[in-house]
Design a protein around this ligand. Structure first.
Ligand SMILES: Cc1cc2nc3c(=O)[nH]c(=O)nc-3n(C[C@H](O)[C@H](O)[C@H](O)COP(=O)(O)OP(=O)(O)OC[C@H]3O[C@@H](n4cnc5c(N)ncnc54)[C@H](O)[C@@H]3O)c2cc1C
Length: 381
């Protein structure tokens, strides 16, 4: 079978790995000119952790992961007002959780690709047509490819989804937040957040910082806004959105890199009535983005790609295999989406009362009795 995969992110790399390992011819098309540097710290656990182990990439993932002591919500002086010890999370999922930067996970997956996979960077997919016996795929540089199956692993704003199913607005469910992430050098901020993921304990907007092993600091911001529209000038928008925050935030914003080095997006889920049409299918965020609020998008991207590859090798026609993949994986993704929507209600306090309620909830979460419930929540059971 010849497969074209659009998008060399977490889902696309995982799918390419799984198909090529099973003997398929795979071309992986990625619009970025090279590996993407922009990223953020992610917790990796649940079905993707298990899938990574089965794919043989878990040791390499653990090698690049970070041992985060706690998430600490700090006041304007950097004093901790509430904390969430990470070992509670880890224990709640039987120790099967790690934290790592998204570019590091992508690098591990890229390096694990069988040499038969053809990876083309700077290859933006601009159109695709299901011609019945095959799929025709066009890229911005004029290339035309044909394949037995095309999989859109091209993220929340998927082009393959748009070309195949129509307007984006039908699929995106905006959750009321924008998010930004960037990395920069600053020894003082590094020291201020050493050993912990330090987040401002604030209303309506929040920034968090983590010291990376290469000497840099990873910054992450999230703020409430009713408008899903994305700004033209990302750096100015980030500085404007978080300028009211205190502690180390003003220094961090002063060092915010140029727009193209910032990750910036709306926080949204993708809800699709169908994940495939003919020989064209979607995987990962492209069909079931759960959002950062569910904290398992990367995990579902890896595991969902593995399910899709297995179904494509189940000796049934491609169209049936794609339907079986959706039947198997949709309930898992929908369950995580529901948990993401529930999290949206308390994630970022709107009032002082909600801020106090969150602090109280974090204290309760530290009690041993909560361990089993936390484990069940995190694992989606
Ligand atoms: C701030 C933040 C924190 C998060 N934290 C966590 C966490 O703690 N745990 C977790 O599991 N998940 C987390 N997530 C979610 C996770 O990052 C995503 O769910 C995951 O990256 C989805 O992977 P993907 O491969 O489906 O899509 P993406 O990572 O978006 O990759 C899509 C790829 O397709 C490429 N592409 C797009 N269009 C085209 C085109 N037309 N042609 C060719 N290539 C194209 C893009 O350049 C990109 O490389 C977080 C997300 C955010 C934003």
């Amino acid at each position: 079978m010849k497969a074209v995969v659009c998008g060399a992110g977490i889902a696309g790399l995982s799918l390419a790995h799984e198909l090529a390992t099973r003997g398929d011819e795979v071309v992986l098309l990625e619009r970025s000119p090279g590996p993407r540097e922009q990223g953020y710290m992610m917790d990796f656990f649940g079905p993707g952790y298990d899938a990574a182990e089965q794919m043989g990439v878990l040791p390499a993932i653990l090698d690049v992961s970070y041992d985060i002591g706690e998430a600490s919500f700090v006041d304007s002086q950097g004093r901790s007002r509430a904390r969430l010890p990470y070992d509670r999370f880890r224990r709640a999922v039987g120790g099967r959780l790690c934290s790592l930067m998204r570019p590091d996970l992508e690098q591990v997956l890229r390096e694990a690709l069988p040499s038969s996979v053809e990876v083309r960077f700077g290859a933006e997919v601009t159109d695709c047509v299901d011609r019945g016996p095959d799929v025709e795929v066009r890229t911005a540089d004029g290339a035309v490819l044909s394949a037995d199956v095309l999989v859109g692993a091209d993220g929340i704003h998927s082009g393959v989804r748009r070309f195949t199913f129509g307007a984006d607005s039908d699929a995106l469910r905006y959750l009321g937040f924008h998010t930004a992430a960037f990395v920069f050098d600053d020894a003082r901020i590094r020291a201020a957040c050493a050993g912990r993921f330090a987040l401002t304990d604030t209303i309506g907007r929040q920034m968090g910082f983590y010291a990376l092993r290469d000497g840099r600091v990873a910054a992450f911001g999230v703020h409430r806004t009713p408008d899903p529209g994305l700004p033209d000038d990302t750096r100015t928008a980030v500085r404007e959105a978080y300028r009211s925050l205190e502690w180390v935030v003003p220094e961090a914003l002063a060092q915010c890199p140029p727009s193209e080095e910032i990750y910036y997006d709306q926080v949204a889920q993708v809800v699709m009535p169908a994940w495939s049409a003919g020989r064209i299918a979607l995987v990962g965020d492209a069909c079931h983005a759960v959002s950062l609020l569910a904290g398992q998008g990367a995990s579902l991207a890896v595991a969902g790609a593995r399910v899709l590859a297995a179904q494509l090798h189940s000796d049934v026609p491609i169209v049936q295999a794609l339907a079986a993949y959706e039947r198997q994986w949709r309930p898992v993704a929908e369950d995580r989406q529901a948990s993401g929507r529930a999290t949206a209600r308390w994630f970022l306090p709107r009032t002082h009362a909600e801020l106090w309620a969150r602090r109280a909830a974090l204290k309760v979460a530290a009690l041993p009795v909560v361990n089993r419930a936390l484990g069940a929540f995190l694992s989606g059971r």
